[in-house]
Design a protein around this ligand. Structure first.
Ligand SMILES: C[S@@+](CC[C@H](N)C(=O)[O-])C[C@H]1O[C@@H](n2cnc3c(N)ncnc32)[C@H](O)[C@@H]1O
Length: 248
């Protein structure tokens, strides 16, 4: 099932507010780690899946990429991306990535920040990406960490009577599939898969894992956003870089 939650205007307005804050989880935790794994962009053909408001796609062009296409299922996102970023060699398309056709071996770099957990068929997604990548092409993506997506809608942080955090509870980890969460609005759909599925699917599709990061915040980040302290108890995200290997 494809849910286009970013075209729910209540959700979208609140999401924009969150992203506009200087001190948020993206700016202080996910993005700084994601950026450490970006390959050389000079003259590269890039796809950004779930490109949102287009900032990363535009960044790739400014770093010398030959052509960057950002895909997103949400017309709100694509309208904002087109408004915010106009560059030669930069294209935005409103489409679910599942519905996009990409020619074989034509892409140097596929990026995706915090979008794959919205896509139901991970096997098919990775197969398509692997086919699209040229030899030595790179896939870099971040997702919500599987220990966070595992729980089926229950509150995962267990607190005492005073409201202090006792521990984080992980349940239903081995039951993969759809989860509904209350994040900004009710019934936001995401898909949980285990870490072994996430990694083995890459390996089975000819993608060699180069680096895995479970980000921990810098000291300064925790000063600016104290809730990031919880990241030392359990990670919110995982970031993976893999390279297409062609067996000859
Ligand atoms: C958390 S936002 C991240 C946006 C952007 N990558 C960023 O980091 O700012 C996730 C994005 O994935 C998009 N998305 C969800 N399902 C999708 C799908 N099936 N195909 C393409 N984009 C999708 C959403 O519309 C949303 O823009």
């Amino acid at each position: 099932m494809k849910q286009n939650i970013y075209d729910n205007n209540t959700f979208f307005e609140k999401y924009k507010e969150l992203r506009a804050r200087e001190h948020n989880y993206n700016n202080l935790l996910e993005q700084p780690n994601f950026f450490t794994l970006i390959p050389t962009l000079q003259n590269k053909v890039v796809l950004d899946i779930g490109c949102g408001m287009g900032d990363f796609a535009a960044y790739c062009v400014t770093q010398g990429a030959k052509h960057v296409t950002g895909f997103d299922i949400s017309s709100n996102m694509i309208a904002n991306a087109k408004k915010r970023h106009i560059h030669e060699g930069l294209t935005f398309e409103r489409s679910a990535f599942e519905d996009v056709t990409v020619s074989e071996g034509t892409i140097d770099f596929v990026s995706s920040s915090l979008a794959f957990h919205y896509i139901a068929d991970y096997q098919l997604l990775i197969k398509k990406i692997s086919k699209a990548l040229c030899e030595e092409g790179v896939l870099l993506f971040s997702i919500e960490h599987p220990i966070v997506t595992a729980n089926k809608g229950k509150e995962s942080w267990i607190t005492n009577e005073e409201g202090n955090l006792l521990h984080f509870a992980v349940d239903n980890y081995q039951y993969e599939g759809l989860r509904t969460q209350n994040w900004i609005v009710d019934n936001v759909i995401m898909y949980h898969r285990t870490m072994s599925t996430i990694l083995n699917t890459l390996i089975e599709n000819g993608l060699q894992i180069e680096k895995v990061i479970e980000p921990i915040p810098a000291k300064e980040a925790v000063c600016n956003l104290p809730s990031l302290d919880k990241e030392f108890r359990r990670p919110s995200f995982v970031i993976i870089r893999a390279k297409k290997i062609v067996n000859k």
